[in-house]
Write a protein that binds this ligand. Sequence first.
Ligand SMILES: Nc1ncnc2c1ncn2[C@@H]1O[C@H](COP(=O)(O)OP(=O)(O)OP(=O)(O)O)[C@@H](O)[C@H]1O
Ligand SMILES: Cc1ncsc1CCO
Ligand SMILES: [Mg+2]
Length: 262
Amino acid sequence: MQLDLLDKLRAQNPVIFNIANFVTVQDVANAVNAIGASPIMSNEVAEAEEIVRMAAAVAVNIGCLTKEQINHIKKVEDLARQYNKPIVFDPVAVGAVEYRYKIADKLLWDFHTSIIRGNIGEIAALGDFNWNSKGIDAGSGSGNIDDIAMKTAQKYHCTVIASGPTDTISDGKRLAHVHNGSPLFKTHVGSGDMLTSIVTAFTAVADDPFEAAQIGALVFSCAGQMVVQDHPGVGPGTFGMYLMDYLYKVTVADIKQIADFD
Ligand SMILES: Nc1ncnc2c1ncn2[C@@H]1O[C@H](COP(=O)(O)OP(=O)(O)OP(=O)(O)O)[C@@H](O)[C@H]1O
Ligand SMILES: Cc1ncsc1CCO
Ligand SMILES: [Mg+2]
């Protein structure tokens, strides 16, 4: 894996356009900023073209969907196609809410998405696999995660990240896994949303979406793992705070020491 993409990202400081949800919008902006990119959030169709043009890539998160927002997403995704900007899609709760599944599935057919990043419950739902998702959480299931990630990537012709204790990444042909992380990620709502937008930032500097997905997942997971290694007493509240610090200060050398991927 090209770990020096982290330095490249920080040197380029690309603008990342986020359609975020109101629960985690500030965490997402801070995480993108801390890793070394430049976040901009927007909900307004009238400014969509200007922002898509200035951005290197677009993250679309459907966590707090409204009809008005669906129209916004369609406009932004159409502009992203026009200006050749990669789209990274976070299908929040599509495994638990049928309405969201239908909207997400249609968007994913109508507009080319470079990367879908969801938990295994969300990725299984999009790939038409049986899985018991629970709200925004992955829930439980017994399917083969490699198979689910690969088939979902094939269905939508894109790269998929099924995040969890191991992040499983597939572009429909290749498979990669990132084993780093910490169970504390699960105690901080929005960990997944942060990962999605950080991966979006890496699409600005990586050669292809599969590479962006791998480096984004590795850097994010290693930052969280380092928080826990350096602060053994950390809990859900301080984990979130320290995570921002470590996204800011993590180096390629730090990552090399603990990286656990295949
Ligand atoms: N048990 C675990 N051990 C290690 N890392 C984990 C664990 N659970 C989640 N993670 C990490 O947490 C991050 C978020 O993944 P997760 O699958 O929890 O997203 P999510 O369910 O969409 O989260 P949210 O909806 O709260 O934003 C990923 O980087 C993943 O690697
Ligand atoms: C809790 C919650 N509800 C809708 S979005 C969200 C944050 C995780 O995406
Ligand atoms: Mg999520």
